[in-house]
Design a protein around this ligand. Sequence first.
Ligand code: NDP
Length: 541
Amino acid sequence: MAAKKVAKKAAKKAAKSNGSFKLTYATMFNPPEVMHTNFDKAVAKFRAEMGKDVPMLINGEDRFTEAKFDDRSPINTDWLLGTFQKGGVEEGKAALAAARAAAPQWANLKWKDRVKILRKAAAQIEKRLYEIGAVVAMEIGKNRMESLGDVQETADLISYYCDQMELNNGYIKPMGKDPLVGYNATNVSALKPYGVWVVISPFNFPFALAGGPSGAALAAGNTVVFKPASDTPYSGRLLAECFRDAGVPAGVFNYVTGGGSTIGQELISNPEVDGITFTGSYDVGMHIYKTFATGKHPRPCIAEMGGKNPAIVTAKADLDVAAQGIMRSAFGLQGQKCSACSRVYVENRVKDQFVEKLLDLTNKIAIGDPTQRANWLGPVANKNSYHDYANYSEELSQGGEILTGGKHLLEGDLGKGYFCAPTLVYLPTDHRLWKVEMFLPITTIAGYDDLDAALQLANDVDYGLTAGFYGSKKQMQLFFDNIEAGVTYANRPQGATTGAWPGFQPFGGWKGSGSTGKAGGSLYYVPQYLHEQSQTIIEKA
Ligand code: NDP
């Protein structure tokens, strides 16, 4: 299909839902009223039904195990969302066997037919937007618009990968004429699926980072075994249902639950696996990358890992815009986005002025049950993060100056969940925590006099995921020319370092943030799930 037609179709679809409003992370700040009403209804419905025993989905069948684990809400740990199956080696093997058995038929299906099914999956997701959004909010403590964004992004990622298949004719492309005189040869480059793909996702974008990679793997013709983070198994199940209900055949998409060190370890060490997409922390990502490399032959491992994302503010910046963008990126989802702005370097000439504005916005943040419309900031994901927050705050109070935050929030019902105050800290630039991904609502701030020195500080970490800049056009060029990060933004009020959307901002990391240098939601993503075959056919003379 021609590019224009694809874009037109997508725009028409977007316009149909919620009037003309298109939900993205950059537009979510002022949604139409109907989104609030629908979300409230969905939360009420889920709360009335929650607490079920939720099975895995292997080879198209629900699968239960004797051992279970609880999925409790970090908003209020009395809320039992569901019990889930503690899958182990046996379930990992069963899911891989199902994916292997289903692989030839799925790979041999015409790519246009696969795309048709996956477009139906994207439509299923959009149809269940509020229901799934409510679960994401309850499960991980995202506010309503972030939760709905996570779900909408998933549908858009899948649609985008379908668009890419169409725009690239399924990655089957004619090459040039053979230069060998006397032969009448046709040369074709055909990208083909690898076979069985494992997708392992983190807790923080439980839907998009499960559905995005899975959608690309499936569109490319691989079968998938997917394991969500143990903090967010519920939304994973809903994703599996969307694929199943769209007509993805049994065995093509399998959903398993259980611990990273048990079923997860089985999935990364089993020789049946042809490729992996992991999104999560640097330590686990590097473990997977190295483990996977010990197989019999090289296999692709797409590892998307942590971030320690800087924003630089110069004296030429619009300080109101900078403060807005940095506050949103520092504390959106409680600082638990891989793209969160956790470091700020501000030119000394405007430091006090800027920090005053940032503090003002931070102190106005509404904190509480994030399923409630009024609240923007929810709890951190789990008990470990809650304890880490206390430990880091203690360390920061000794090495730096805490400007706001640094304490757990315990008033009323907040004490039933993992609520932490958004924290801003002045910190000497040689402090060790400038280089550690805390993954919490904590952002450190330092002043600078020279922009080159600020850029050096910004680059002086093992990560290279996102970066933001506020300053003049001329300074901006220096930033883009020198910053070591895969996703960069300048003068953005919607988010200094956060808020990428498929098809607009490719999302992937450099250095310790990513293994392939190619980004999600981008032109170059789907080919990573395919290997190339060169086909030369000699016509009879
Ligand atoms: P983790 O690395 O702790 O876990 C990620 C996933 O890996 C989970 O499903 C986990 O399962 C699983 N896992 C753990 N150990 C193993 C193992 N030995 N073998 C196989 N799987 C395993 O990350 P978090 O869930 O805490 O997510 C936060 C991290 O993710 C941050 O570092 C953040 O920056 C990063 N991230 C990166 C993104 C990017 O695009 N670069 C995007 C989003 C997040 P279980 O939960 O059962 O332990």
